[in-house]
Design a protein around this ligand. Structure first.
Ligand SMILES: [Zn+2]
Length: 238
């Protein structure tokens, strides 16, 4: 039987290496997209921090300008009171009195607003700090994942080089005619495996039943037999 043939065992070895090579190449194609996905996640996380911090800073600057306005009103009130001491006419005094009481009302309004904003600042600050703590940790984890993938890429590349050498050396061990048939099958069959054991008279590559001819050839002959459905090389396992 073919599977006892050392030449065929060399072909099986070559096939195993070719398949591993194909799988690594597939993996290598997907890895850059995985890295891009992680980079996008990192950007989103960082934006969340920026947003929380910028909301907090915006409130701080609102508070600062309110503070300034309140101080200005205070100064105006003081000035008006000084002027009030100097006026002689009653109407002028009254006019200043009205001005002052209007400014006091305005000042009180601004102070109420400032209290609201100070409460919001406390909340925003807490939110920003929590976001920062949590997200920094998450961004670190994502960074680690990214580095792992980058390492994987260089590892796979290295493995591909080594595997390629092993494949080259395997090819020299396979008998010429077998190798030619194998290479032809590789071209015709779109997907691995290119060698498939027969199971219950079915080709395990395409899962279809092969003809009796194929079975008897596989059982008796020492040359390669192909599935009459998909073209894969079929054999009977010991
Ligand atoms: Zn088949």
């Amino acid at each position: 039987m073919l599977s006892n043939n050392p030449e065929f065992q060399n072909l099986l070895l070559l096939h195993g290496r070719d398949r591993r090579f194909g799988k690594l190449e597939e993996e290598l194609k997907l890895l850059p997209d995985d890295i891009i996905r992680i980079e996008k996640k990192i950007l989103t996380e960082n934006k969340t921090i920026e947003l929380a911090v910028s909301e907090w800073k915006e409130l701080e600057s609102k508070n600062n300008s309110l503070e300034k306005e309140i101080l200005e009103i205070s100064e105006k009130i003081t000035k008006s009171k000084v002027r009030q001491l100097k006026v002689k006419k009653n109407e002028e005094y009254q006019a200043l009195e009205n001005e002052i009481s209007n400014m006091v009302v305005l000042q009180a309004e601004k102070e109420d607003k400032q209290i609201e904003i100070l409460i919001k600042i406390d909340d925003a600050k807490a939110t920003a700090e929590v976001a920062q703590d949590k997200i920094v940790q998450r961004v670190n984890d994502l960074g680690q994942q990214k580095r792992n993938l980058e390492n994987r890429i260089s590892h796979v590349n290295q493995e591909l080089v080594e595997l390629n050498n092993e494949i080259e050396s395997s090819r020299t061990q396979v008998e010429n005619e077998m190798l030619k048939t194998y290479d032809r099958v590789k071209k015709v069959v779109a997907r691995a495996p290119f060698l498939a054991p027969l199971k219950d008279q079915k080709c395990s590559g395409c899962n279809l039943r092969v003809s009796n001819d194929v079975i008897s050839t596989a059982l008796v002959e020492q040359k390669l037999t192909q599935c009459d459905q998909c073209g894969r090389i079929v054999y009977i396992e010991r």
